[in-house]
Write a protein that binds this ligand. Sequence first.
Ligand code: ATP
Ligand code: F6P
Length: 460
Amino acid sequence: MEELPPKHGAETTKRKVAHSDEHGFSDQVRVPNVIVMVGLPARGKTYISKKLCRYLKWTGFKTKVFNVGEYRRTDANAADAVHGANASFFSPNNADALKVRAESARRAMEDMADYLNSGAGSVAIFDATNTTKSRRKTIIDFCTQKRIRCFFIESVCDDPDIIDSNVTDVKVNSPDYKGLMTAEQAKEDFMRRIENYKQQYEPLDESEGDLLSFIKVINAGRSFKVHQVRGHVQSRVVYFLMNIHLLPRSIYLTRHGQSEYNSMGRLGGDSPLTSDGRKYALALAEFFEEEEVPGLRVWCSQKVRAAQTSQHLKPDFHTEYWKALDEIDAGICEGLTYDDIQQRYPKQSEDRAHDKYHYRYPSGESYEDVVSRLEPVIMELERQANVLVVSHQAVLRCILAYFYDRPLPELPYIDIPLHSLVKLTPRAYHCDSTIYSYDIENGKWSNTSAQLPLCDSPRD
Ligand code: ATP
Ligand code: F6P
């Protein structure tokens, strides 16, 4: 088989033009989107921007965040803006600073338009406060002129506990303060910054334009207001925002224990565990006895080796068996070793080495296919608290790439050894990753705080 089936990812689908909306944009052609954040400081705008960016990239949309604070800090004309901007810089009466802020926003908008109109990306996220109607009008006019679709996300939060913890845990470490003052001074200054913004804050409302599209996220997702959503990207964004939460939790990922096929170097299949694999299954159950994770849910693939790996876990961990967690389908290569494939289908080996992410096994799947079948799993992981996923190498690579924010071409090379467990704990702008490795010989766990590295060749 020489010809591979067409790629089907979000960026690669070509569709015919159909109906167009009031902007003249069709839902069926690729229209660049700008997602514009709105809200007072410490309302989670950067958090949402980064998280959304990671999600959209993982689903195949080339996406980039443009953070106006970073532009401000590199503004050569504003000495105090470069580093250590204190609350007075954000006063509505500080005319010089207002000019610097407008200029920083303008530079970010120009870069966004270049990014989208050059075809380098299809979604740009404009991360700034954008708290005034006039700033938003400038953005809307700019996007209309550049034929870019605009969607606003406003984070509204009046819960003093959330704001206090955002400032204490995250904001005092801002580059605006780092090395310049104590955490207490930084907190005090940041609270004054918020007060300055409040003086000119105009919440989003429908009257700002007939064509305005937005979602308001109220008190970190306790409620939402959604207005005039247009197109695929915007509806995906809304769906995602309605599923994420801020509660502390961890996600654990493990491959099944060693299977009979693993021990022979064969791909796929549905073989049971070897004796080493069974030892790992017991060790895993002991690990979770000791870890005492409240309300742990177990999600397992429907393959025998995964079910056997989870079988000794306490029955009160509710276990669900997901078909979507089954290993990548290697099609005509199922049951073969890599050497067999090289000998029988050399062209397939070559094509796979050339573009492992998009390569689809004849009558089977590509990594890109696996990512798209895992989207409901990611969305459900976002909604849940503590979860243990017992699955397979290719599937876990796709899930890890999401949490690690790794580029899609790297994804098929994340090295996930057998008999190791990854613990992911979401933080404000990233996920902590701890790797627990079980040594079958001495029956002991060891651990290290790191992300799993990339490997050159497939293993086990
Ligand atoms: P600034 O305007 O100073 O850049 P910001 O609005 O971008 O502030 P972040 O830096 O994103 O604020 O704040 C991070 C904190 O926001 C995290 O601790 C996260 O838990 C919290 N957070 C995330 N989403 C929300 C939300 N919808 N409402 C309130 N807080 C949130
Ligand atoms: O105050 C938070 C902040 O992220 C600053 O770092 C940045 O300069 C500013 O918001 C950008 O928003 P504005 O458009 O209001 O200047």
